[in-house]
Design a protein around this ligand. Structure first.
Ligand SMILES: [Zn+2]
Length: 376
């Protein structure tokens, strides 16, 4: 159905803390606020709904994500940050980019031109919305906050906190909520720890961000990665099992783990020119994709006019159109038909002599090989 992602906010009063920070006690923790869960019509069942949920928060690969900071003064002055804080965030974006992925990050000064709007509100915790849900936020709202009351303005810890929040923005959940971890919590100790300063969380916030297991359908991979930047640090005494984490706690080493890097490339592999195929006008291009797979097409109109672009057959897809420029592919429009009884469709005026990039990602196909794409 609609491309509208549900609103879930990984709001953070907290820090991710996937790194040995100042100490595991007294860390500001990242909290994800969950918005309304997306509801599907009754005919959207099991496997189809599962695959939509897995893929819906992820970006179409090739997207340029622009980020901006709030400036000092004015209505939003309390969200401005020091140069040192901003520098930590830039380093964190570079960490993800340096893995070699198909997403690009670009800092812009005009926040109305940024999908990611970063504030540094004191005592508001660390948080970010998850994946494409950031697009649902009001233009003057933050999509991420990093809390300067935590020791994040210098050192690797602060970079890891920012990398964790960026991980949410890229569509990744908390690793300590991975059901494959098999963590048995010392629940009352966890509630007590997070209920005190600096987090002062109520029980439902702690449950939502720590105790609750994420549906196995929404995590990728079958194993637990206690080294992930998406994992909090936990002191001994909060985990009952498995050993040795009961006695030792969990202390991610900091930085992106090997599996963080593998995962990000699974969803956002580097895109090369050879990954783009010319799509002739008025030609039906059969699609045989597996769920999550993306195809990239080049459209080169010879006449300036309105064109229509559509998928055919029974499938759930997201379709995004960009205009290619010397510096980057500029986003024009997109459509997502997941969970709906219709096809992804774009109508747009295209100009002769320009090149457009069309990216299509499949969530679910009812019957392999019986879907197609065409523009006319
Ligand atoms: Zn988090």
């Amino acid at each position: 159905m609609s491309p509208k992602p549900t609103k879930s906010r990984t709001s953070v009063p907290g820090s991710p803390d996937a790194s040995p920070g100042p100490s595991s006690k007294g860390l500001v923790r990242c909290s994800i606020r969950q918005g309304p869960v997306r509801e599907f019509s009754p005919e959207v069942g099991g496997e189809r709904a599962r695959l939509i949920v897995v893929n819906r928060d992820k970006w179409v690969n090739g997207t340029v994500l622009r980020y901006a900071f709030f400036g000092a003064g004015g209505t939003f002055g309390s969200w401005a940050g020091s140069d040192a804080l901003k520098s930590q965030v830039r380093k964190a974006f570079k960490k993800w980019a340096d893995v070699g992925i198909g997403l690009k990050f670009e800092e812009v000064s005009d926040r109305s031109n940024a999908q990611i709007r970063i504030g540094f509100q004191m005592a508001d915790g660390h948080w970010s919305y998850v994946g494409r849900q950031i697009l649902e936020q009001e233009p003057d709202d933050r999509t991420m906050n990093l809390d300067p009351s935590d020791a994040i303005s210098s050192g690797n810890y602060g970079v890891d906190v920012a990398a964790h929040e960026i991980g949410h923005t890229l569509g990744f959940p908390h690793e300590h909520q991975n059901p494959h971890a098999g963590i048995v919590w010392n629940e009352e100790a966890v509630y007590a720890e997070l209920g005190g300063p600096p987090n002062n969380w109520d029980r439902s916030t702690t449950f939502h961000n720590i105790i609750r297991k994420i549906s196995p359908d929404t995590v990728q991979g079958s194993s637990w990665d206690p080294d992930s930047v998406m994992h909090y640090e936990f002191r001994p005494g909060l985990i009952k099992s498995p050993a040795p984490y009961d006695a030792q706690g969990v202390h991610p080493p900091g930085g992106l783990s090997a599996r963080d890097q593998q995962w990000i490339k699974t969803f956002y592999p580097p895109l090369a020119a050879a990954d783009h195929e010319n799509l002739p006008l008025l030609t039906s291009r059969p699609l045989s994709l597996i769920p999550g797979q993306q195809l990239n097409f080049l459209l080169q109109p010879t006449t300036t006019r309105y064109y229509e672009i559509r998928t055919f057959g029974l499938s759930d897809t997201v379709l995004v159109l960009y205009e290619r420029t010397p510096s980057e592919d500029l986003y024009l429009t997109g459509d997502d038909d997941s969970g709906e009884a219709r096809n992804a469709y774009i109508r747009r005026r295209l100009h002769a002599g320009r090149t457009y990039v069309l990216r299509l990602r499949l969530y679910y196909s009812f019957s392999a090989g019986e879907t197609a794409l065409m523009w006319w």
